[in-house]
Design a protein. Structure first.
Length: 368
C-alpha cells in the first residue's frame, strides 16, 4: 500500500535509479572509515568489503556499537580510537588512500544539551582527522556534512549555493567541518568533498536514546505497540534518505574525477519531502499499528521544512538515489522486526555466541 504523497515530488525527474551493484569504486585502495561502528559508517564498511576494497575502521564506541560490525571483524583492520588522540589517529591514517569521515556526535538536541562535548567531537575531531589525512598524503577525504547547515531559510528545495543559516550548535559544528574541508583543499591541495546528508534512516540506526533519529524511534515503538510522540503539529517535513543512498554517494564521490568534486559540497538526499504525519501514516500501513501518535510542543532548535535539490551530486558524480523512501522504510521495518525477534530468542542461540566472539576481537584491537 502506498500512502498519499509518498511517491510525489521531483524524484521522477532524476532519471533511472542506479542499481547498487553498478556503483564504481576506485581500483584496490585502502579506505579509512571513521565512525565505522556507527549506523552509517558500518553500512559504508560493508559496501566497501563487498567491492573487495581494503578497509581500516576506526571508532571510539561512544555512539557506535560493536554489534554493527558483527561478522566483519576478520575482514577489517579495526582501531578503537578517539579522534582527539591526534598521535594515534595520525598513525592509523598513515598509508590510507581515502578517508570517509563519518565519526561525529550526530544530534541536534544533544548539541544543545551539551555543546562543548559535541564541539570536541565534531569540530576538534574533524580538524584532527583533516590534519592526520594531510600529513599522511591521503588523496581523497569525504566528510559527512549535514543538511542542518541550511537552517530555517524559507526557500525549498535547498541548493548548495544558498547561504547557510545554522541554528543549533550541531549545525554550526557540521558547517565548520565543511569549511575546514574546503580550506584544506584550497591551501593544501587535498581532495576534500563534503556530503550534506539529509535525515538518514535505515537498519542499525540506534533507537534507544532520547536523541535518536525520528524514524528509528517511531518504528521500534510502533512494533512494540507503543504510540510515539510527535513534537509540534507533525506538519514539519524532511527529505528522509535511506542509508544505502548515502553509501552510494560516498562511493561515487570517492571515485569521481577530482575536477568534478574536490573542494566542493553536495546535498545527499532523496529529493522528496514528507511531513511527520505522512510518515506516521506510512508506518501505520506497514506495521499495522493503528493508534494515533501523541503530540507535544515543538522541539527547540528544530527546522520546519527540509528538502534537497540533488542535481549537483547527479551532475558531478552520477548520484541517483537507488532506494526510494517507501522501499527503504519497508526494509528498515523488516530489519528491526528481525532484531526484535532475535533478541527475544532463548539464550544459547547463535546471536549470543556471536556476541562472545565480538568482545574477544575488540579486546585485541589491531592498533595495539
Ligand atoms: C537534523 C538534521 C539532519 C542531521 C540530524 C542529526 C535538519 C533538517 N536535519 O535532523 O541532517 O543528520 O539532525 O541529529 O536539520 N521528532 C519527533 N518525535 C521524536 C523525535 C523527533 O516528532 O521522537 C521530530 C523532531 O522534532 C524533528 C523531526 O522529528 O522535527 C526529525 O527529527 P530528528 O530525526 O531528530 O532529525 P532532525 O533534527 O531533523
Amino acid at each position: 500500500m502506498s500512502p498519499a504523497g509518498l511517491r510525489s515530488g521531483p524524484v521522477g525527474t532524476l532519471g533511472p535509479i542506479r542499481p547498487a551493484d553498478t556503483i564504481p569504486t576506485r581500483r584496490m585502495s585502502t579506505y579509512l572509515v571513521t565512525g565505522a561502528a556507527g549506523f552509517i559508517g558500518s553500512a559504508i564498511v560493508r559496501a566497501l568489503l563487498e567491492r573487495g576494497q581494503r578497509v581500516r575502521a576506526l571508532d571510539n564506541f561512544k555512539t557506535g556499537k560493536a554489534q554493527n560490525l558483527e561478522g566483519l571483524w576478520d575482514e577489517i583492520e579495526f582501531h578503537e580510537a578517539d579522534l582527539n588522540d591526534f598521535e594515534l589517529v595520525a598513525s592509523i591514517c598513515a598509508g590510507s588512500d581515502v578517508v570517509l569521515h563519518q565519526a561525529a556526535i550526530p544530534s541536534v538536541p544533544k548539541s544543545i544539551a551539551d555543546p562543548l562535548t559535541s564541539h570536541r567531537a565534531n569540530i576538534d575531531g574533524t580538524m584532527h582527522m583533516l590534519l592526520a589525512a594531510r600529513d599522511a598524503g591521503v588523496r581523497r577525504f569525504i566528510y559527512a556534512a549535514s543538511s542542518s547547515a541550511y537552517g530555517n531559510t524559507p526557500t525549498l528545495p535547498k541548493r548548495e549555493d544558498m547561504k547557510p543559516n545554522p541554528i543549533s550548535p550541531y549545525a554550526v559544528q557540521k558547517l565548520a567541518g565543511e569549511l575546514y574541508a574546503a580550506s584544506f583543499h584550497r591551501v593544501y591541495g587535498m581532495e576534500t568533498v563534503a556530503l550534506r546528508y539529509f535525515n538518514v534512516f535505515g537498519p542499525r540506526q540506534d533507537p534507544t536514546s532520547q536523541y535518536s533519529g525520528v524514524l528509528s524511534k517511531f518504528i521500534t515503538m510502533m512494533l512494540q505497540g507503543q504510540a510515539p510522540t510527535i513534537f509540534g503539529d507533525g506538519e514539519q517535513s524532511r527529505d528522509f534518505t535511506y542509508v544505502e543512498n548515502v553509501v552510494q554517494a560516498n562511493l561515487l564521490a570517492s571515485a569521481a574525477p577530482a575536477e568534478n568534486v574536490a573542494g566542493r559540497m553536495f546535498n545527499v538526499a532523496t529529493g522528496v519531502r514528507l511531513t511527520l504525519n505522512q510518515v506516521y501514516a506510512a508506518l501505520q500501513a506497514i506495521t499495522g499499528f493503528d493508534e494515533e501518535p501523541k503530540y507535544e510542543t515543538d522541539r527547540v532548535g528544530d527546522v520546519k521544512h527540509s528538502l534537497a535539490d540533488i542535481s549537483s551530486a547527479a551532475q558531478a558524480f552520477g548520484y541517483r538515489p537507488s532506494v526510494p523512501f517507501e522501499e527503504g522504510l519497508r526494509r528498515t521495518v523488516e530489519w528491526y522486526k528481525t532484531q526484535m525477534a532475535e533478541s527475544s530468542a532463548p539464550s544459547g542461540s547463535s546471536r549470543g555466541e556471536i556476541g562472545v566472539a565480538r568482545r574477544d576481537r575488540i579486546g585485541a584491537p589491531s592498533n595495539a
